[in-house]
Design a protein around this ligand. Sequence first.
Ligand code: HMG
Ligand code: MG
Length: 297
Amino acid sequence: MMLPERVRLVEVGPRDGLQNETQPISLEDKVRLVNDLTDTGLDYIEVGSFVSPKWVPQMAGSSDLFLKISKRAGITYSALTPNMMGFEAALNVGVKEIAIFAAASESFSQRNINCSINESLQRFKPVMEAARQHGISVRGYVSCVLGCPYEGDITPDQVLSVARELIDMGCREISLGDTIGIGTPGAVRTLIGKLSQEIPCDRLAVHFHDTYGQALANIYAALLEGVSVVDSSVAGLGGCPYATGASGNVATEDVLYMLNGLGIQTGVDLSRLIAAGQRICEVLGRDTGSRVAKAFK
Ligand code: HMG
Ligand code: MG
């Protein structure tokens, strides 16, 4: 198996990393985080989400955030939009790529977006249509691809059926979310092997939370299967409000260190990334979740 020559790192820290934070984080601190990340060489930053503020209060300022960040040409600044209301809000502040999010597990779908998988897919259809009309590209997430906090095991077939629908609707890429970080590398290879029978690997991304410490091994397994887009969160921030106990995403610094060691190009500067992580950790008053950032201290 060949490793890719280049990997695209999708930085989800400002959204997935911060969405679960209960302490207030000022708009200025969020702006600085996104601007710091912009300076690292990353070309994809998920800035926020246009969801109900009652459900995820920390993301309530996403419109202001989009208006205040210094956008640089060549970088995609994206946001989650679960429905038309979110889409309209994103459109109003000039978002060029949105993400819709479904789950491979019925229970997680209910807890996360208050509807069944099928209802969510129906709800995404007008969003897809509106996105097409406005020339906005769409990324699709599937959560709980390697296990669900409420249902336990999830089969590759369950994942495939949702991923296929999202692709058929027009999603540019599918990000496979191990929401609770429960998967191991063999399961990752089986899952991607199954999906890639129908969906080309260049339209798949992996999104690992690191709850069980498996994320780097899982990413390596995914790279061996031909995936070359990896989601991660600076300083390993985050967790999902609807998956109790789920820890943050794998730390971007740790992924980058591994990719650098493998000779895989990303265009991202490790020392700038570590500095960005340190600054947001100071704001949050907490230690970094990145082993690499700790080792470089
Ligand atoms: P609902 O309560 O069924 O929706 O929630 P509703 O349409 O009945 O609306 C209820 C209220 O929310 C109304 O306000 C709406 O106006 C408002 P009220 O009349 O009560 O004052 N509302 C909105 N406000 C702002 N923006 C909107 C919006 N939509 C409705 N877009 C809904 C359904 C989907 C809205 C809700 O469940 C929700 O917002 N869920 C978001 C959950 C979320 O953000 N989860 C975290 C992201 S997913 C994730 O982390 C996983 C991922 O990282 C991958 C992985 O790790 O697996 C992506
Ligand atoms: Mg996530």
